[in-house]
Design a protein around this ligand. Structure first.
Ligand SMILES: [Zn+2]
Length: 532
């Protein structure tokens, strides 16, 4: 506990040195009233009941560059029109996504959130569901994002519950004098920073967890204030994660008190399901992370954190496929230990599958955990395995990235590794070198595949079973032919890398999709590349 105690002391010193004090505003809502006055007056703000905003959204896809720290993929053709009730948690959002990455595609869909219920109408992702109840994870993630992207909503929440607002104090900051208020919402402390000259909000901030970086501060900045029906609203909103701008919302129009013909917040009865609070809380914990993936049509909000999403079955002698719905791992049994490939998704997935593994192998521990590549969906569950005693195996080029993952701060949302203060062990392979895990009875060759998705991506080849496990470059059975362009380039890279190796491959097992023969792979590629 030494490290944690030290960090807490440093934080409280910081708070004292800039003179922050925490006072409830129950008896003196003057601070909130001042903001309300600046935004159009207490009465005007109190009188509005709904807000409709249309905006264009641009940004960068989170952590999917080919190499750690590399140029991230961008998206620039997303729009939304959001109508919200300003007196409760009801939202109707129509999204259009015209994106290039990870798949060049167009999605148009509507999300309805009504308290604990939600629905998605229209195809919103690769998984192609025409309509569905909203996943509890998405409900949590979207609610927080919708809240902080509307300062009117934040100030109205403060006016409605002044006893829950805390005055953190004032500070000089870059020649600007600011006051910071905080309100607890959705289980998070959300800070609202006020410019003491204009009394308008500058930004809202809160702490999220990020599977790679641990505690991260999400800041939503408001600028370009304009008048909309007597209320001041920001037309430009920028969201950053640890100081790096991720999403930019350029509002086109803001309207208040639109009259509805039909209730826009009504969730179709057939799509009403009971809220799973455990999953909802996962959405709240990683709110911005989920939200940003949803912006590029990646449905990471799918429930892979409940027992019904764990499928463990043998696919060869001592080789087990640990499947989820979209992300799978591979477990290889050695004479007296296990090797796990792809610690997928999040800590919550790891803590769900570890007991299943322990039950299956009460006498063997996971000695090595090997992410095929650093992309967060293939490495986000790493820390839980390391906490369980596994050694991380990676390549030179990813060393710094994983060092940061392993020492990242998890104080706001602690995980087991953070609580244990255990020194993590890393086995680092030279770039390009084929490392062989060999216990005298079985050999696993960790091939490093030359490719454009994530150079040096590890593909384990289990020699005695002639099994190859591959992530992202090819996903058996995932796409109906023809494979979309980007994915077919990656498949071609895999093909070109494997060709000179002259390995006999009987089965290809995917971190996505399923499994198939090597011939299936060649056939799938032939559809796009007849010259092969
Ligand atoms: Zn990837």
């Amino acid at each position: 506990m030494k490290h944690l105690a030290k960090t807490l002391t440093v934080s409280s010193l910081l708070l004292t040195s800039i003179g922050w004090t925490a006072n409830s505003l129950a008896d003196s809502p003057a601070e909130i009233t001042r903001i309300a006055d600046a935004m159009g007056g207490l009465e005007r703000l109190r009188s509005v009941s709904n807000q409709t905003v249309s905006a264009d959204i641009t940004g960068i896809a989170p952590l999917q560059a080919p190499v750690p720290g590399g140029e991230p993929e961008r998206f620039d053709n997303i729009t939304y029109t959001i109508t919200r009730a300003l007196d409760g948690e009801r939202f109707n959002t129509h999204w259009t996504l015209d994106i290039e990455f990870p798949l060049k595609t167009h999605y148009a869909f509507t999300e309805i959130i009504n308290g604990e219920h939600g629905a998605v109408l229209g195809v919103d992702s690769i998984l192609q569901t025409p309509q569905a109840p909203m996943q509890a994870i998405r409900l949590g993630a979207r609610k927080i994002n919708h809240f902080v992207t509307s300062p009117v909503a934040v100030v109205k929440a403060m006016l409605a519950a002044p006893t829950e607002v805390v005055l953190l104090g004032s500070l000089e900051h870059r020649e600007r004098n600011e006051t910071v208020l905080a309100i607890k919402k959705y289980g998070k402390d959300i800070q609202l920073w006020i410019d003491n000259n204009t009394h308008l909000p500058i930004k809202a901030s809160y702490w999220d967890s990020n599977p790679s970086y641990g505690d991260t501060q999400i800041v939503t900045q408001y600028s370009d204030w304009q008048d909309a029906a007597g209320i001041k609203v920001p037309m430009l909103i920028k969201q950053s994660d640890q100081g790096m701008e991720m999403v930019r919302i350029q509002r086109r129009s803001v309207e208040f008190d639109i009259a509805f013909i039909a209730d826009p917040f009504e969730v179709p009865a057939s799509l009403n399901v009971d809220l799973d609070t455990g999953l909802y809380n996962i959405g709240v914990k990683y709110a911005n992370w989920f939200h940003r993936y949803l912006l590029v049509g990646i449905p990471f909000d799918l429930n892979q954190y409940s027992p019904e999403s764990v499928f463990l079955h043998p696919v060869g002698d001592g080789v087990f496929y640990l499947q989820g719905f979209t992300h799978h791992s591979l477990i290889v049994e050695m004479s007296d230990y296990l090797v796990l490939f792809d610690p997928v998704l999040l800590e919550e997935r790891t803590q769900l599958v570890l007991p299943v593994i322990k039950q299956q192998w009460p006498n063997k521990k996971i000695k090595y955990v090997v992410p095929t590549h650093f992309h967060v969906d293939h490495s986000g569950g790493l820390r839980g395995y390391v906490a369980d005693g596994a050694q991380l195996v990676t390549t030179e080029r990813n060393e710094d990235f994983y060092e940061n993952v392993l020492k990242s701060k998890h104080i706001v949302y602690p995980d087991l590794l953070a609580l244990m203060h255990k020194k993590a062990r890393m086995l680092e392979i030279n770039d390009g070198e084929t490392y062989v895990i060999d216990d005298g009875e079985r050999r696993i060759h960790l091939l490093q595949i030359a490719n454009r998705h994530a150079p040096g991506l590890i593909a384990p080849y289990i020699e005695d079973q002639k099994i190859l496990f591959i992530s992202d470059l090819y996903s058996p059975g995932f796409f109906t032919a023809p494979i979309p362009p980007q994915f077919s380039y990656w498949g071609l890279d895999l093909y070109n890398d494997l060709l000179p190796r002259k390995l006999e491959i009987k089965t290809i097992i995917g971190a996505h999709g399923g499994m198939g023969s090597f011939q299936d792979f060649i056939d799938a590629m032939n559809l796009t590349f007849p010259e092969l």
